[in-house]
Design a binder for this molecule. Structure first.
Ligand code: ADP
Ligand code: MG
Length: 479
């Protein structure tokens, strides 16, 4: 593209910017590129299908007239979708020369659409909830019923911070990304943020499951006349998305990525929950992942016994609000907290069963009854998942070396043996492959790992002291 074409394109963008206004311009046109100008037609591209259909439906004339103001011979605009996804780093516009903009502002041939804009903004605020189909909220999932313990202190504090923010406050971390396994309280925490954030009426917090998010886009794409999803999203202060791991499909992801960028760049808060860290969302583009990881990423750990007991008590208290005669004696609570170790859903299920049983049979809850009723929820302990970092930490401590010694290339005996032991444990206690283990030990070759594993295997057969050390390390790791 020639310089003069580039200049002309900048002027067209300047015109567009002043006709639609800064807000609309950045939402819809900031990522529009000029591909080519051929005779009477101009070929432009945008990163997503959604943007394309929106611009075509609402701004086609405007774009054409801005071109015609610069090039009267243009009669056609072709808009296409770029295949490469532009994401993590928001594409910043080169600033349009101030001179050009000033000239534009005095140009009264370009009627602005300010009136239609304010009207549509107000309408979008009013209808956004309906249009977006915010996912239903469970009134029980609030901060009041959320029990804080070691596993979730940080996630809870961050969520509280988001919920307590005021409109216009600087956003401290964006997005807030919370991940944890099934039943560990992600949905509870996200809905608590939504309830609390909406409580004052000042801000608008929207809670969507990833499915709803996908459905919203599809619906918006199909009904060009309805207020589109994206437009409506602009009226939202905090967007909360649950179960992001279910977000599927290339084009949905592109839209998600675009929305994420638009919201974050506009200083809106985004809160996300998923069952894995951003780096493990395999189906997402690298740049989306890095944008997700760019805020605050917090993991909620498995529920410790205290936390489980707290949750059980909170559930019983909630049940008692409707069933005053229902009571669960302390020993039963202890038993449940000790034996139902998997997740919050099973804890909830256990209380529901005890409640149903005691109501139907008109009997008080006893330990016997509890044992019978929840038997199937008490699963044998799954073997603990051991991480390579844990192995390195425990081995380093045992042999009084540092973890970086284990990863280093130092070959002194006091480091070599512990390193071999650690690699051996990594091979026998985890499912990691030899190359993977090599990578995690300072980028070593898999043959080095194999050598270490064989060496230690051979040694524990005859060196009793070493055998004891290895057994003790295993116990430390498995408890
Ligand atoms: P996730 O979305 O992570 O799968 P949920 O938020 O649906 O898990 O939690 C499962 C159940 O456990 C819900 O009934 C929830 O209220 C309860 N729960 C989990 N963590 C807590 C907690 N910290 N305090 C109170 N209830 C909890
Ligand atoms: Mg959930």
């Amino acid at each position: 593209m020639t310089n003069s074409e580039q200049d002309r394109w900048s002027r067209v963008k300047g015109r567009l910017r002043s006709t639609v206004g800064e807000d609309v311009y950045t939402s819809w046109f900031a990522r529009m590129d000029l591909e080519a100008v051929q005779n009477e037609s101009v070929h432009l591209s945008v990163p997503t299908r959604f943007l394309k259909s929106w611009i075509q439906a609402h701004y086609a004339e405007r774009v054409l007239s801005c071109w015609q103001a610069e090039m009267p011979e243009v009669h056609r605009i072709d808009l296409s979708v770029r295949t490469a996804m532009r994401c993590a780093t928001p594409v910043k516009e080169a600033p349009v020369a101030v001179e050009a903009r000033r000239a534009e502002r005095n140009d009264n041939r370009l009627a602005t659409s300010a009136d239609t804009r304010t009207a549509s903004a107000a309408a979008s605020l009013a209808t956004s909830h309906d249009a977006l189909g915010g996912s239903p909220l469970d009134p029980r999932l609030t901060f009041a019923s959320f029990v804080v313990g070691r596993a979730n202190t940080l996630a809870h504090a961050a969520a509280r911070q988001v919920a307590d923010g005021r409109r216009g406050d600087p956003v401290m971390f964006n997005p807030l990304y919370i991940h944890a396994g099934v039943g560990l309280g992600k949905t509870h925490l996200l809905q608590a943020v939504t309830w609390a954030g909406n409580a004052g009426g000042e801000r608008k917090v929207l809670y969507l499951t990833a499915e709803k998010f996908m459905y919203g886009f599809v619906a918006a794409l199909k009904s060009q006349t309805a207020l589109a999803f994206k437009e409506a999203l602009r009226g939202i202060d905090v967007l909360v998305i649950d179960d992001l791991q279910f977000l599927q499909g290339k084009s949905t992801q592109a839209e998600f990525c675009h929305t994420l960028n638009a919201l974050i760049d506009a200083g809106r808060q985004v809160v996300i929950a998923a069952d894995r860290p951003p780096s493990d969302l395999e189906s997402l583009d690298d740049r989306v992942r890095s944008r997700l990881a760019g805020g605050l990423v917090v993991e909620m750990g498995s529920l410790g016994e205290d936390l489980r007991l707290g949750i059980l008590k909170s559930r019983v208290a909630a049940a008692r609000a409707h069933h005053a005669s229902f009571d669960v004696p302390e020993p039963v609570l202890d038993y449940l907290a000790r034996s139902i170790t998997h997740n919050g859903r099973d804890l909830e299920g256990a209380i529901n069963r005890l409640l149903a049983h005691s109501k139907l049979n008109n009997q008080p809850v006893t330990l016997d009854m509890a044992e019978r009723e929840v038997r199937d929820l008490v699963r044998p302990q799954e073997p603990k998942r051991i991480k390579i970092e844990d192995i390195q930490r425990v081995v380093a401590r045992q042999y009084n070396v540092s973890r970086s010694d284990l990863l280093s290339s130092r070959r002194t005996a006091n480091v070599v043996r512990p390193r071999q032991v650690a690699m051996y444990l990594a091979k026998t206690l985890t499912l990691r492959s030899l190359p993977e283990i090599g990578r995690r030990f300072g980028g070593r070759d898999h043959t080095t790992v194999l050598h270490a594993v064989r060496k230690i295997e051979a040694l524990v057969g005859k060196d009793i002291a070493l055998n004891d050390e290895v057994e003790s390390l295993k116990r430390q790791l498995q408890d």
